[in-house]
Design a protein around this ligand. Structure first.
Ligand SMILES: [Zn+2]
Length: 117
């Protein structure tokens, strides 16, 4: 089955409504990106755009995804799990570094004064 991809006069909204209609059919809800592109002929570009904008809801189409904004891996969220954990870890590390820095500041002064007593 091919959607309107061979036609150039078709509007994006029309492709979307056709695709949406197709996906809402029994069992089509669970198709993956690759399957949807293969079956319908819709481009990955449009598919990603609709997933990202929330037109194709992840709650309804659990197997559709869009590239992670950081590494490009297909994911259900804006940023994939590994990138979001990297970001969280970086933030945690920064917090630790700051805490450590604040901690050693006064201690250093005290330590050096102690030495020269
Ligand atoms: Zn990522």
């Amino acid at each position: 089955m091919q959607l309107f991809t061979k036609r150039i006069d078709v509007r994006e909204e029309d492709i979307f409504s056709e695709l949406h209609h197709f996906l809402l059919r029994k069992n089509n809800r669970y198709l993956t990106n690759d399957e949807v592109v293969e079956i319908t002929g819709v481009s990955f570009e449009l598919l990603y755009k609709w997933v990202k904008s929330g037109k194709l809801k992840k709650s309804i189409f659990p197997n559709l995804g869009a590239p992670c904004e950081r590494c490009g891996q297909i994911t259900q969220a804006k940023i994939c799990v590994s990138c979001s954990s990297t970001i969280v870890n970086t933030l945690k590390q920064e917090e630790k570094d700051r805490a450590w820095y604040n901690q050693i500041q006064p201690n250093n002064v005290r330590a050096s004064t102690y030495h020269y007593k």
